[in-house]
Design a protein around this ligand. Structure first.
Ligand code: HQG
Length: 183
């Protein structure tokens, strides 16, 4: 069996729980839940080493708190970031006046024209500070940070959601609601 780092395993679990449950031969229910025993068995079938203790350790120590168990720990799901259509019970909330989006310079022209779109995910992801947004942007290349006028959007009727792990989500951001602040 292959030995993986906890970080590598966490990435694999987020791939399974957000995008490709079939990678571990499992299905998610409509609220994004996977059965814990099935997930462990499925990951083992791929040749990777995992048990309940390691899974609990990953959920507890994940640096972005990406996953949650249900109360009796029989089920697990990702808190946000899905591309498959699941309803994780996000609650609508009033956002702060400004939120931030980190992206890469090469996307900026298209974003200026079309606004921010969810692309491969269900929502556009926004951060509560510019620092976090820089890190998000760096994942894609040379980072650019957009300051999003979320308070104005909300007053104009746009819905916002706050995920379990503190990421702000919305369906799209039109070009008149942001400006570039860091490049
Ligand atoms: C860009 C990570 C062209 C958008 C992070 C982004 C986050 C456009 C990319 C979470 C566009 C999509 C999500 C348009 C948006 N034209 N490009 N009109 N609109 N884009 O990875 O926000 O570690 O799906 O700017 O921390 O980078 O996985 O989204 O650059 O919270 O937990 O299209 O993923 O968290 O990329 O990241 P992504 P994201 P985890």
């Amino acid at each position: 069996m292959k030995k993986m780092t906890n970080d590598g395993m966490s990435k694999f679990i987020s791939l399974i729980l957000r995008h490709h449950p079939e990678a571990a031969f499992i299905e998610l229910d409509e609220h994004g839940w996977a059965d814990v025993e099935q997930l462990i068995a499925g990951i083992k079938r791929t040749g990777k080493q995992i048990d309940r203790e390691l899974l609990e350790d990953i959920v507890r120590t994940d640096n972005k708190q990406r996953y949650s168990f249900n109360e009796d720990k029989t089920r697990i799901r990702a808190n946000q970031g899905h591309s498959i259509p699941v309803d994780v019970g996000l609650e609508e909330q009033e956002p702060p006046a400004f939120l931030y989006h980190g992206t890469a310079t090469r996307f900026y022209h298209s974003i200026q024209e079309q606004g921010l779109k969810p692309m491969g995910r269900l929502y556009v992801h926004l951060s509560k500070d510019a620092e976090t947004a820089i890190h998000v942007g760096k994942r894609h290349g040379k980072p650019v940070v957009l300051k999003v006028h979320s308070g104005d959007m909300y007053r104009d009727g746009q819905k916002f959601y706050l995920s379990e792990n503190g990421v702000w989500l919305t369906r799209n951001v039109a070009p008149n609601y942001f400006e570039q602040i860091i490049q």
